[in-house]
Write a protein of this length. Structure first.
Length: 377
């Protein structure tokens, strides 16, 4: 006790200060040292000190005792300040500044007595959105091109089949809250302040439960498997996700449903590969087919396509089919189907090999000779 500062000194007032002067000094210092406004390391201790001084000096009877006996008039058993004043101050603080442009919600779920000051508290009175769900879905390569309607099974919670959300084993187990006597509100007093706030025992519901539901263990909900039809859009890429609003868990207090996020995993195709919005395929082709300018039948995702080869085409070249690739998002266009040629010389029997040699025996490799000449120069 002997280490405590004089209460008049704490509030910065004289011992003859009026009730109005005490209140005015307190309001000023409370605003200055309030932990939500002042982040200094010693702000909270100063705030407690100011509140304690005000608790004594604002009460005429306690002030008279203090003036006569000092701090020794209040031991821990008779005063009990350390928790009560600090933990209940926010209620009087709310009343003091109500009507001054602050909207204050006292129904906070937090243990922090200051979390509801200035309207940043309570979630009890607000409807909250249901939780989101997430799943991974594997699809075939061709389904990523054309899209597909699939049925997925989700594990969602729904209203308990036994208690129907009441959380009680039976209707008779729902009784009036013993703390607020069914009103859902409690009144708190501190000096000349009086506040009404939601009951922290029943959460403002005015009811309590004697025996909880044996099916949901008092949660009010249980998990169930639900089938949902999902449309996978064409053109979707590997690792992309689809957001389906309202397909998540339902809210437990009347809010909107959560969302469903589906992460797409595309199984590789045996021959096709994706590059941006194009489909790329490597195709073996005989040099004889190129020389003969054959027409080849190429399988694409949109059906087979006849392509006539040109003997003047590069052996390592590509053939591009416009509009045979992936659908382009937010467009009516598609990417391309790109064929990378992989020429090869077929195996020949002895007789055919001899014929080929005869045909090419007088052939002069003009391009190679030109390259050698350029290299040597």
């Amino acid at each position: 006790m002997e280490n405590k500062r004089d209460y008049y000194e704490v509030l910065g007032i004289s011992k003859n200060a009026t009730e109005k002067e005490i209140k005015s000094a307190y309001r000023k210092l409370a605003m200055q040292y309030h932990p939500d406004r002042n982040k200094a390391p010693d702000a909270e201790e100063k705030f407690k000190e100011v509140s304690e001084a005000y608790e004594i000096l604002s009460d005429p009877e306690k002030r008279q005792k203090y003036d006569k006996f000092g701090h020794s008039a209040f031991d821990q058993s008779s005063f009990g300040y350390s928790e009560d004043v600090f933990n209940n101050f926010f209620n009087s603080f709310r009343d003091m500044f109500s009507g001054g442009g602050f909207e204050v919600d006292s129904s906070d779920d937090s243990d922090d007595p200051f979390s509801s000051i200035f309207g940043f508290g309570s979630n009890r009175s607000r409807k909250t959105k249901g939780s989101d769900l997430q799943m991974k879905l594997s699809i075939d390569f061709l389904d990523s091109i054309f899209g597909k309607n699939v049925t997925v099974q989700l594990k969602k919670y729904s209203e308990c089949s036994h208690c129907h959300g009441s959380k009680a084993e039976s209707d008779s187990d729902i009784v009036s809250c013993p703390q607020c006597h069914g009103s859902g509100q409690v009144q708190q007093k501190m000096g000349f302040f009086s506040t009404i706030s939601p009951c922290n025992k029943c959460g403002g519901l005015g009811k309590s439960i004697k025996n909880t539901c044996h099916v949901c263990s008092g949660k009010g909900y249980e998990y169930k498997l639900v089938n949902e039809n999902i449309q996978i859009p064409g053109g979707i890429n590997n690792g992309e996700y689809i957001k389906l609003s309202g397909y998540g868990n339902p809210s437990r207090n009347g809010g909107s449903n959560g969302d469903l996020y589906i992460i797409i995993a595309i199984r590789p195709h045996k021959f096709y590969e994706r590059f941006n919005n194009d489909i790329v395929v490597s195709m073996p082709i005989s040099v004889f087919s190129i020389i003969n300018e054959d027409t080849i039948n190429v399988p694409t995702p949109y059906g087979n396509k006849d392509i006539k080869l040109n003997k003047n085409m590069k052996l390592d070249g590509v053939i591009t089919l416009d509009g045979y690739g992936f659908p382009i998002k937010n467009s009516s266009k598609k990417g391309n189907f790109i064929i990378t040629l992989k020429p090869y010389i077929p195996s020949l029997n002895k007789e055919d090999n001899k014929k080929v040699q005869e045909i090419f025996s007088n052939y002069k490799d003009v391009e190679f000779q030109k390259w050698i000449k350029d290299f040597n120069n």
